[in-house]
Ligand binder design. Sequence first.
Ligand code: URA
Length: 416
Amino acid sequence: MNILEIIEKKRDKKELTKEEMEYFIQEYTKGKIADYQAAALIMGIYINGMTDKELVNLTMAMANSGDIIDLSKIDGIIVDKHSTGGVGDKVSIILLPLVSSVGVKVAKMSGRGLGFTGGTVDKLESIPGYKTNIPEEEFIKNVNEIGISMISQTANIAPADKKIYSLRDAISCVESIPLIASSIMSKKIASGAAKIVLEVTYGKGAFMKTVEEAKKLAEEMVKIGNLANRETRYILTSMDEPLGYAIGNNLEIKEAVQFLKGEIEPKDLKEVVLELGAHMIKLAGLGENLEENKKIMLENIKNGKAYNKFVEMVKRQGGDISYLENLEKFEKSKYEIDILSEKTGKIKEVKADVIAKYVCNLGAGRIRKEDNIDMTVGMILNKKVGDVVTKGEKIATIHTNKATEKIKPEDIGIII
Ligand code: URA
């Protein structure tokens, strides 16, 4: 077998075998196949697509190219959750303690964010003392003893995907649904969960711009999951405007804590959390009826069990829980600049993509992997799409450490 024969087969629309996919992935990861040859094959896949067999074989070969996390020492069914990304996305921070309070075992390893705001791990690290880099044995012990642990991903997960993703970026082959599906699923499979719930986002702040594209991607990922013996479900979420009202690391933690305490319940955030949670509880075998599952979760917010579970996890991982009890303790940015409406009317758009870039420039996100994140900066929205505003009313507050000139609503993507 050699790479030329494999490229030729794909070029001529013939199906690649499992052995050929494995050969390509293994040899390319080792650096034994040149980038230009891998580029030719990836372009062949981009243009000619993949059969179901090729799709699952490529995914499994990428999953097997690095470490496979072994979660077998955890008693109970592990259900993982993955989102294709959003702005103001604090879903995991609310959802995971919440489902854990219902009995779902949560063993979550998350990445750091690149671009936009930080990832879940960055947000958790804005709680002073919270350790996201505990050893794997401690992680497993925590899940077995208290039912939840959320840490950063340090293992070498799917290195083949990392290499192929950069190559796709360099040859205009990122926007391929089968390639995106296999890229995401290879990492999920290597992360060890037997069951997976996916949140596939669409709209201005998402990878997929339309609901149709998002549905196609979701179905492709479910197909891979099921063929790879990982029971997989999905939900679709609109990401035209940010989720909830807070965007930025410690601002989002504060919103998540208030949600868990039952003090606030932004409608869009509540819907996503309950929908994902209902599926996670069902996949864990703890409740067949999705509506019933939602009721149990709402009950656990009211009776304090969800918040207490979060406090238990934070405490266990070294976090200072006095910050959760008193949110005023969180460090604040130097400046808070109110954005006032220049007219009376209805909010037409709150553009998630514009807000994401704006807060990233304030320092809430990373442009390069090694960049430091400013936990204090970001934005609090006072209004969402459809809300009425009067002239002079506050529609958002910018939290920043840079002195800034007057900001107009349209500068931050808010259209009235
Ligand atoms: N996210 C991934 O992990 N892979 C892709 O290909 C696209 C988005």
